[in-house]
Design a binder for this molecule. Sequence first.
Ligand SMILES: Cc1cc2nc3c(=O)[nH]c(=O)nc-3n(C[C@H](O)[C@H](O)[C@H](O)COP(=O)(O)OP(=O)(O)OC[C@H]3O[C@@H](n4cnc5c(N)ncnc54)[C@H](O)[C@@H]3O)c2cc1C
Ligand code: SF4
Ligand code: SF4
Length: 452
Amino acid sequence: MLDVGRHPNIELMAYSELTELSGEAGNFTATVLKKARYVDADKCTGCGACAEACPTPVLDLYNEGHAFRKAVYSWFAQGIPSTHAIDADHCRVLQGKKCGICAKKCQAGAIDFEQKDETVELNIGAVVVATGYDIFDPSKLPEYRYTDLDNVITAMEFERFLSASGPTEGHVYRPSDRKIKAEKAETEKKLAKSAKTLARFEKKHGMASDDFLQGLTTQSVELTEGLAKDAEKWAAKAKEHQNIENRFNELDAQVGRISTAKKLAFIQCVGSRDLRFYPFCSGYCCMHSIKEAIIAHEHDNDTQSVIFGMDIRAVGKGFEEYKIRGGNSSQISYRRSRVAEITRGENEAPALIYEDTATQKVVKEEFDLVILATACAPVKNTPQVAEVLGIELDPYGFYKTEPANPLDTTKEGIFVCGCAHSPMDIPESVAQASSAAARAVQTVIKAKKKAS
Ligand SMILES: Cc1cc2nc3c(=O)[nH]c(=O)nc-3n(C[C@H](O)[C@H](O)[C@H](O)COP(=O)(O)OP(=O)(O)OC[C@H]3O[C@@H](n4cnc5c(N)ncnc54)[C@H](O)[C@@H]3O)c2cc1C
Ligand code: SF4
Ligand code: SF4
């Protein structure tokens, strides 16, 4: 990415959308919508002072909704360019309210609430579509209870958990435990607020709230005129405080028992090799599950993982050795089984019901965390992009190509590479991208020769 950002012959148009394409191979006109960032790209240094000061939290989709970012933000820390953007749907000023803190904090004077979308026309010789993939929505398999069991997550969510810059800073805490921690933090704030309210009554009437409540119950407190006026409200606030304190103590005890997830289950082929969804193998998920299990074990040597699959597809140089290393050194066991169902076990532990094909017994087994290896699915807006480009899709919704010309779409001069073509891992995507760039150069040279 850095190389792309620095390359003198590459103009990067991030946060932009291709809206129209006309012409023909060698001489296309592309209309591109450059969306308003409300941050001047020439001035922004990417220092992040604006985001640090912004008071508006927004669910962070880069972290799969397990963290919050700010209304002024960069999608992720290493993003190229590092120019920040303001999310107009959440920014207070752009929603007609008062704020502007980011503009005050930005030393470079880069915040520009008046910035507008811009349309640019480019004369180009060829197009390479490299729009990648979306992960399959696991809620389409209701038996895995993705939407209602907190501790059933996707492999993409787990990638973020394992990352040092992710929501758990690389420590594998279960989402249900993170909820308890978050509730404890909220309850602590409420407790402090209600203690302040009680302190005002206590100061005014020279009595502790507990003594006052006790006195009311035993009718031993003398209700002077001043106290009688406050008595009902004070008693209600004192009872509310006790409830908050009780809840806080409960949560505190629960938090004290929380440790990182030690027993992990990976379920392979979620949506892949499944005639109801995608009949093909997504190719990379067996390897990413092994990788994630190895990393989890590197983070915490007590971690044990079971990978459930019909088989493990470790195809490629060094891949089988990697799989064996996982088994020998990272406490990974490979269990040949298609998990039938997940139910709620004790203490929010997902309980897997499966047939152990080695013993031919149906087993119910609890895990701390279940990670679903979801299929590689076409990006949701692929049909719209295909319409703009005037190219066809294959029956699965990826861009259509012929086996003999895997990079050529159905329109001359438009090429496709990476997961926009079909599931493939990073090295294969990179190799395809180089090939597609070479095919694009051929098109441009051919058109130039024709014109001269
Ligand atoms: C959980 C998980 C872990 C993985 N781990 C590994 C691993 O360790 N090693 C490995 O080799 N592979 C791994 N993979 C596979 C890897 O993610 C893919 O091989 C790789 O991302 C494919 O690259 P790509 O450039 O084709 O697509 P992507 O990485 O999806 O990139 C496509 C880009 O295009 C952008 N885009 C989409 N639509 C548009 C549009 N209309 N206009 C402009 N931009 C658009 C997207 O925002 C995205 O930035 C993993 C996959 C998963 C799900
Ligand atoms: S103006 Fe908008 S982006 Fe800037 S600090 Fe306020 S809410 Fe955040
Ligand atoms: S790579 Fe493995 S998990 Fe992914 S679809 Fe193929 S067999 Fe299933």
